[in-house]
Design a binder for this molecule. Sequence first.
Ligand SMILES: Nc1ncnc2c1ncn2[C@@H]1O[C@H](COP(=O)(O)OP(=O)(O)OP(=O)(O)O)[C@@H](O)[C@H]1O
Length: 328
Amino acid sequence: MIKLEHVNKSFHNGKPAVSDISLDVNTGETLVLLGTSGSGKTTTLRMINRLIAPDSGQIYVNGMNVNTHEITSLRRTIGYVLQDNGLFPHYTVAENIGIVPALLKWDKKRIDDRIRTLMQKLHLPPGEYYNAYPQQLSGGQQQRVGLARALAADPPVLLMDEPFGALDPVTRASVRKEFRSLDEINNKTVIMVTHDVQEAFELGDRICLMDNGMVQQTGTPAALLFSPANDFVRAFFDDQRLLLELKAVRLADVRPWLDTNTPPSTADTAVLQEETSCWQAMEQLTMLSSLNYTNRGNLISIDTSGLMHAFTQYKQTISSNGRSTGLS
Ligand SMILES: Nc1ncnc2c1ncn2[C@@H]1O[C@H](COP(=O)(O)OP(=O)(O)OP(=O)(O)O)[C@@H](O)[C@H]1O
């Protein structure tokens, strides 16, 4: 768990880079720091692993006060992924991934097993890439090695600074998808910086939207869209609002407005879980005319028009009810 209390930071020109930031990130949660360029996202992240010292305020990582805790043991609890991956060019892929376990003096077999496990999970077959050097890999593969290196010693906290920012859009989408499905991150506290709104919506359990060094709003993607705290938050998402809303609203949210009288499709078709977003369901429906979705064990049939109808009804209800729909 990570906690920031009234944190401030100014650089030499005296202009505040970060003003009075307070945040709580729970174990197992991914919080995305999103915002305009120069809004203080990277400064906030780098204060957590003490690459930058705050002027005032307190920061805790799993109960340790970052500013007073011994720095080596603090950093060993934190994996750090950078935009340019920061791999050592003269180390092989395996050596890069094994750096922290070697520093922790794990025995050779354990290090080797861990490297191979992570390479498999991140789709880097050890037979092909174990002894390769970073420059022999594509940008997406290098970024996967960077991620494997950050995860190697299984730190409880992962900090990621624009981890997919240097990748082309197609590679970026595939590495992002792999990251999302990685079991290794399930129990970790993750903070990720991005200025990509869609990335924030796909990966963030909650989003902290920043502007001008200040937190404008922290909440679920749905809360930011449907209960914006101010005009800045409202305007920030305007140019891609429908897409973001479809990504933020889950089948579970729209279920009360789905027609449950239609018998489930008997064809051999996909069965979606209630956590699936309306966007993902729409994507599937472009390939299949109807789908089933499972709600507490019951199969419910959905099609495109029924789903859009339920989505519209959901939006109308929350715009009249505001926060009473459980947005937080
Ligand atoms: N080392 C530094 N020295 C002086 N000013 C700095 C330094 N690092 C950041 N700043 C300033 O602090 C402010 C916040 O910068 P920061 O890098 O945290 O923003 P950001 O939201 O991560 O931006 P971006 O998305 O462009 O990376 C900016 O005005 C920046 O110019």
